[in-house]
Design a binder for this molecule. Structure first.
Ligand code: UDP
Ligand code: GLC
Length: 389
């Protein structure tokens, strides 16, 4: 089976990291077409996945664009759509991984008569998107997609509530290789030393810096924790959220937490950094579609505290393999952190349960088999259809 994957981003977000794991088994039978160059291209190349930068033009539609802005961008997309139609001749299906890839992929799938798969990594609600974007996405999916793979039940439910066709959608969680999260004790000790955090209780927050990821909630909670509790914020403003970054820095200064909050920027040594932490916090203030960082924290054998909303509720069982707290409640978050600081034996048990359940539920080999099965039946159906025409 030959697959043409499409993704609008050159950057390393969760959807892109997920795509690397899905495309890898297909090797030379895959091509990932990107609408921007960047670190994502490099990572695909390192994994020996063929990649093609299909355009260098910035596509101007945003998550909150109006109808006319969306219409204007369609004109800009025409050459890109034709390029995809051309590439698609050598592939059995088109697999769109992001919303702009869906727009291009939908029209290209129609013109090239290749089935369209859409991997839905988003919660299609007005908390995340403008009404126009929602309407465009759902209309295109219902009209052109043969299969939608949702990254969680939460994303599936939002799709159905937005008017998506129920017979199109299947839930497949992100997959992970548990081996990648087993790290060397010495490396993590060194990391602690280098950061000057040997005798601290470290909370790790691993998300791009963006208002809805809620780093400010963790800073507010930290202010209510004992002095030896510190936080590392790992991640960068991937999509131009510079005002928010400025706000976070100002907040840290205002609360006098300069020595207790470290901004580490974007890092590629996530398993090592997570293992170095005593606890991983997830604080999104809008429902998280899936939440890779939650699973990664569990695979590192760390207690994870997650905001009780969206996909996080499917990943964590409160008090059994992690903790769930009300979103946007720093007081409650601080209380759970403080309990963890005090009850190390109990939380070690919970963290151990987390590692076991996460390794079983999210093993990349099983997840990839599920996806392969779904794609195979689509390709077979499409070949029958084409023979009859
Ligand atoms: N991540 C990373 N470096 C960083 C911060 C995050 O590689 O500095 C990774 C993180 O390990 C996770 C992904 O980025 O795999 C973020 O995915 P998630 O689903 O948590 O959130 P998204 O950003 O996709 O909404
Ligand atoms: C998106 C979502 C995130 C999810 C990731 C992988 O980026 O925001 O919650 O984990 O895709 O599916």
């Amino acid at each position: 089976m030959k697959i043409l994957f499409l993704d609008q981003s050159g950057k390393l977000g969760g959807a892109e990291l997920c795509l690397v794991d899905i495309a890898k088994p297909y090797g030379k039978n895959a091509l990932v077409g990107l609408f921007a160059d960047g670190d994502f291209r490099k990572l695909l190349e390192e994994n020996k996945i063929p990649v093609d930068i299909l355009t260098n033009q910035v596509i101007k539609v945003r998550k909150n664009s109006s109808f006319f802005q969306a219409l204007g961008s369609l004109k800009q997309l025409t050459p890109l759509i034709f390029k995809v139609v051309q590439r698609a001749q050598n592939y059995d299906l088109i697999y769109a991984n992001t919303q702009k890839a869906l727009v291009v992929g939908a029209l290209a799938s129609f013109l090239s008569r290749r089935p369209l798969v859409y991997h839905l990594h988003d919660i299609l609600s007005t908390e995340h998107f403008s009404q126009t974007n929602l309407r465009v996405a759902v209309t295109l999916i219902n009209r052109f997609a043969s299969l939608v793979i949702a990254n969680s039940q939460a994303s599936k439910i939002a799709f159905l509530q937005a008017g998506g066709k129920p017979n199109l959608i299947e839930v497949v969680y992100n997959g992970f290789d548990p081996q990648n999260y087993l790290t060397n004790e010495l490396d993590t000790q060194k990391l602690r030393q280098n950061l000057g955090l040997e005798d601290k209780f470290i909370i790790g927050h691993f998300s791009r810096l963006s208002q809805w990821k809620g780093q400010h909630i963790l800073i507010d909670a930290l202010d209510k924790c004992p002095q030896n509790v510190v936080a590392i914020l790992v991640g960068d403003a991937l999509f131009g959220e510079h005002e928010y970054v400025k706000y976070l820095h100002q907040k840290v200064i205002k609360l006098g937490l300069e020595n207790r909050v470290k901004f580490l920027g974007f890092r590629t040594d996530i398993p090592q950094l997570m293992t170095m932490c005593d606890l991983v916090a997830h604080t999104s203030i809008a429902p998280e579609p899936f939440g890779r960082v939650i699973v990664e924290g569990m695979l590192c054998g760390k207690p994870v505290i997650a905001a009780n909303s969206g996909g996080a509720m499917e990943l964590v069982e409160d008090g059994i393999n992690g903790f769930l707290v009300t979103p946007e409640e720093p007081q409650e978050l601080a209380q759970v952190i403080n309990n963890c600081v005090q009850e190390s034996a109990k939380i070690a048990n919970i963290a151990n349960n987390a590692r076991i359940t996460a390794s079983e539920r999210f093993d990349v080999k099983t997840i990839n088999q599920q996806i392969q099965q779904l794609l195979k039946s689509l390709v077979i159906d499409n070949k029958h259809l084409q023979k009859r025409m």
